[in-house]
Ligand binder design. Structure first.
Ligand code: NDP
Ligand code: 2IT
Length: 449
């Protein structure tokens, strides 16, 4: 980047930081995007004059609320509730809810900002939003989770709707939580409608939604590998996390002939050089989704190694799929991955790589699919769930999976179109520019709003 562009990026960021103090993850996400977009906007002055970028980093609306609830002992508990309605230029606000003790305004704004561009990349008509709470579902009974979800939705329901804002799951929010929130919404509004996605199949959910993010991240990696006439066959793969995204990424890698050798959670990672096959994965799903246990137990059950308090990036692999959380791969770990021969990284999680790690990927010209492109399969199938709800029809597993696959192929093509630099594909620039253009043009058409 030229000195002049660098200065424009710095000036833009100085304003964002001054206006949004302390929101470090939000600053990080915006910085990554404006590094791609400021040079593009300079070449396309219609966006500059209309202050599109400045407007895009300001949420249309931020909702903050109190979530009181009663624990099993009869005591009063209190959490914070949030919904960031970031951008509705191309459709109703759409994005997940995260329940995790680390949740704060800056984290949700980073996620909402990423979501705007991600949703645009899917080509479906969805704006961007994100929400959640600092509530920690770990160690809570089902009844406690239900009472929390009911209290959360009692306030949130007045702000959302199938044509306004359609939340879904994220960390700590899966089928159980979506069920409790849907039940409360329906009760308060007396309306059975597609106000949430990730619903159960019997009550408006879509086949393949649980699988979609993990499958999509692997489909995206498959497309990246194909640019080098390569495939997953025989590849050794490291996956972090052991939740929704990690589980179905593992399943799809197995289907395509690769071997997944790691999974993790917030306490450590397991290394199984034999590979986490379908039988072992079924056991992990029971452990994580039903018993809600720790990944450590895998090591005892299957005689694998367990590394307490560590992340899996020191293991020698060909492909890495970070599927846990933000900033879970730093520069040191990125360098170790590459030194060990890893040449393909597809992000199931949102912003799992630090800016320094991304620089190392780019300098080494490896295949790097950033989250907003690689993990867009989840929200894409949420969009397909909305379509099915509107039609009052449901598609088969094969129909939805085929649509998901073609959406991921299309996102990859779009990243190549906008990110090609000679024989290197800069997927970061590609995803940022491709996602931006559609939203920016819609904002231009809709005037200064
Ligand atoms: P889950 O809650 O199902 O699983 C999260 C996994 O990540 C768990 O194994 C969890 O371990 C681990 N994890 C969470 N926070 C931390 C942390 N601070 N440090 C270390 N490990 C952590 O969530 P999902 O699988 O749905 O989400 C994973 C990632 O994928 C997130 O970044 C999310 O934003 C992103 N994503 C999710 C989509 C979806 O459709 N669900 C769509 C697109 C992106 P533990 O159990 O110990 O907390
Ligand atoms: O980060 C994400 O894209 C999600 N958590 C899924 C959002 C959705 O609306 O399905």
């Amino acid at each position: 980047m030229s000195k002049e562009m660098e200065q424009k990026v710095q000036a833009f960021m100085a304003r964002v930081i001054a206006k949004n103090p302390g929101e470090v993850e939000f600053h990080q996400a915006v910085h990554e995007v404006v590094e791609s977009l400021i040079p593009f906007v300079e070449e396309n002055p219609q966006y500059k004059e209309a202050k599109i970028l400045e407007r895009m980093v300001e949420p249309e609306r931020v909702i903050l609320f109190r979530v009181p609830w009663i624990n099993d002992k009869g005591g009063v508990e209190l959490n914070k509730g949030y919904r960031i309605e970031m951008n509705s230029a191309i459709g109703p606000y759409k994005g997940g809810l995260r329940f995790h003790p680390t949740v704060n305004l800056g984290i949700l704004k980073f996620l909402a900002f990423e979501q705007v561009l991600k949703n645009s990349l899917t080509t479906l008509p969805m704006g961007g939003g994100k929400g959640g709470s600092d509530f920690d579902p770990k160690g809570k009974s089902d009844n406690e989770v239900m009472r929390f979800c009911q209290s959360f939705m009692t306030e949130l329901q007045r702000h959302i709707g199938p044509n306004t804002d359609v939340p879904a799951g994220d960390i700590g929010v899966g089928g159980r939580e979506i069920g409790y929130m849907f039940g409360q919404y329906k009760r308060l509004r007396n309306e059975f409608t597609g106000v949430l996605t990730g619903k159960g199949l019997e009550w408006g959910g879509s086949l393949i939604r649980p699988e979609a993010t993990g499958y999509g991240a692997v489909y995206f990696a498959q497309e990246m590998l194909a640019t080098r006439n390569d495939s997953f066959k025989g590849k050794i793969v490291a996956i972090s996390g052991s939740g929704n995204v990690a589980q179905y990424a593992t399943e799809k890698v197995n289907d395509l002939g690769g071997k997944v050798v790691t999974l993790s959670d917030s306490t450590g990672f397991i290394y199984d050089p034999e590979g986490i096959d379908a039988k072992k994965l079924a056991w992990v799903m029971e452990l994580k989704n039903v018993k809600r246990g720790r990944i450590k137990d895998y090591a005892e059950k299957f005689g694998a190694q367990y590394f307490e308090g560590e992340r899996p990036w020191g293991i020698k692999v060909d492909v890495a799929l970070p599927c846990a959380t933000q900033n879970e791969v730093n520069d040191e770990e990125a360098q170790i991955l590459i030194d060990n021969g890893c040449y393909c990284i597809s992000e199931g999680a949102n912003m799992p790589s630090t800016p320094e790690a991304i620089k190392i990927y780019t300098d080494n010209k490896i295949l790097y699919g950033p989250g907003k492109a690689a993990n867009a399969g989840g929200v894409a199938v949420s969009g397909l769930e909305m379509s099915q709800n509107s039609m009052r029809l449901s598609w088969t597993r094969e129909e939805v999976d085929t649509k998901l696959h073609s959406i991921m192929v299309n996102i990859h093509e779009n990243c190549v179109k906008w990110g090609k630099e000679g024989d290197f594909i800069n997927y970061v620039n590609g995803a940022n520019i491709a996602g931006f253009v559609k939203v920016a043009d819609a904002m231009l058409a809709q005037g200064v709003v």
